[in-house]
Design a binder for this molecule. Structure first.
Ligand SMILES: [Zn+2]
Length: 488
């Protein structure tokens, strides 16, 4: 049994001015052929799960490529086209195949296109023919399209946010693909796209409407006629027609059942739409509440400047407030500012420097902050995720510096990376448990690893491109009317 495998993953924030070109993929992950099996084996990722399940079931994987970049603006046309061409060439050159496994995101917007994955799937389908089983894992934030549904045999979306089930979905996709190849299963699919654009911070699966939906889906999946169910919360900051929540149900040769279950879940999502709305206090109020708390650390989540949602990762409004009130001991993790890192590196560990920090990408989200502090540490930014998310996967922050301003530590990084693992602090010499206030630039993912060590969590409504206040954005392409942009 031989399955082709490839990963091409990007979450595109169409409001971002940072283009996602080849360099951005090289900075995160771009590897070809057998190397991808070595890099992902044993990791808490879809590829890790696929590799694991293939091994357990005697399937030989034919690796093509793995390409992933930090969420930002549109993927450049030349990189998108070259990568797609490479996947198609590898498919043609792969020899006899029994199935195709793709690890995609579902919210990739290349230049000149709205629906990267739909376009890729159409090309893959045209290359392998209508009879070839094609299984795809997708992020919880996928914006599902007709094209994507039509050209895949089965889709498997993450069921958790924070995404702690990626390897489980990779295993599931591989096993189900095997079932299809061996004719143990004949998928019939239904999907629904209610007019719903849930803001990111309202999508977590620990509680609220997504929990309710996935609890009901888990009951449905106990029916042996149900193959798999995914409820995609969608990525609202890709201003494309298909952005938003969608429901995908696959049954075994029972299209009527797929339709009924998809209708029930879509109706349920719509009925609870108001619960997706999200509010948080502004920086002044959030910092005051953190200082008044009777324990430590208090995590201040900078939900609107999450690089994992395509924000710059360099906004400074919370930092400015911490400096204003003299909060300490505190850490801001992390600000993307390679220039400031270089200034610290030139001065050296122990030196006192004055630098303009952050605020360099988009002036509408706040200006740089001038600080004078001591260079506490310098580093190469390499670390390994300890989990629960991305366990075992190498992370790269690029050259780092920790600037200490009267015990307010500012972690400066050169590559954009969401603050989702406390290891990112430890690797630069900061003990997260010792701080009174910890600022993390993350919308929801930080919860997986920071909740267990936090005394309290306060979400902050500061400026940024991953804001859950969708009224701050001018949408032009998403289908209308849609909740909450329009009244219903
Ligand atoms: Zn996601």
């Amino acid at each position: 049994m031989r399955f082709f495998v490839a990963m091409f993953s990007h979450e595109t924030n169409t409001f971002s001015t940072i283009p996602t070109d080849r360099r951005q993929f090289e900075a995160r992950d771009l590897r070809y052929g057998g190397e991808l099996l070595e890099a992902y084996r044993g990791t808490g990722t879809c590829l890790g799960g696929m590799i694991d399940a293939a091994g357990a079931h005697g399937v030989t994987l034919v690796p093509s490529l793995a390409a992933a970049a930090s969420p930002a603006g549109r993927v450049t046309a030349d990189f998108y086209e070259a990568t797609t061409r490479r996947i198609l060439d590898d498919l043609r050159g792969a020899g006899r195949l029994d199935g195709v496994l793709l690890d995609l995101h579902g919210a990739m917007v290349p230049e000149g296109l709205e629906d990267g994955e739909g376009d890729l799937l159409r090309a893959v389908r045209a290359t392998v023919g209508s009879a070839m089983p094609v299984a795809v894992t997708l992020d919880f934030h996928a914006n599902l399209s007709q094209e994507l549904v039509r050209h895949a045999t089965l889709l498997h979306g993450y069921k958790t946010y924070p995404h702690v089930d990626m390897d489980a979905r990779g295993r599931e996709a591989t096993k189900r693909l095997l079932d299809v190849v061996l004719k143990r299963c004949r998928p019939t699919v239904a999907w629904r796209q209610p007019p719903l654009l849930p803001p990111i911070a309202g999508q977590l699966t620990a509680r609220g409407p997504m929990r309710r939906l996935y609890d009901r889906a888990a009951e449905m999946e106990r029916d042996p006629r149900v193959v798999t169910i995914s409820i995609f919360a969608g990525f609202p900051l890709a201003d494309i027609r298909d952005a938003g929540l969608s429901v995908y149900v696959a049954t075994d040769g029972d299209p009527g059942l797929a339709d009924r279950l998809a209708d029930e879940l879509a109706t349920m999502a719509w009925a609870h739409r108001g619960e997706f709305l999200h509010t948080a206090p502004p920086p002044g109020e959030a910092v005051a509440r953190a200082l008044a708390a009777d324990g430590r650390p208090v995590v201040l989540a900078d939900i609107a400047d999450n690089t994992g949602g395509g924000a710059a990762g360099d906004t400074t409004e919370i930092l400015r407030e911490l400096l204003r009130v003299g909060a300490r001991p505190a850490t801001v993790a992390c600000i993307w500012d390679a220039e400031a890192v270089q200034a610290c590196a030139r001065a050296g560990v122990g030196a006192t420097v004055t630098v303009d920090v952050g605020g360099k990408v988009d002036p509408s989200h706040g200006a740089p902050v001038r600080v004078t502090g001591r260079v506490r540490t310098l580093g190469d930014g390499r670390f390994v995720h300890k989990g629960p998310m991305l366990r075992g996967l190498e992370g790269r922050l690029g050259p780092t510096a920790v600037l200490d301003v009267n015990d307010l530590k500012i972690i400066l990084i050169s590559l954009r990376w969401q603050t989702l693992d406390p290891e990112m602090l430890r690797v630069v010499g900061v003990d997260p448990a010792a701080e009174k206030i910890l600022v993390v630039k993350s919308s929801v993912h930080y919860r997986a690893a920071f909740e267990p060590l936090a005394h309290a969590i306060i979400e902050v409504d500061a400026p940024g491109l991953s804001s859950s206040n969708l009224a701050r954005f001018t949408f032009k392409h998403v289908r209308r009317p849609i909740f909450p942009l329009d009244d219903f």
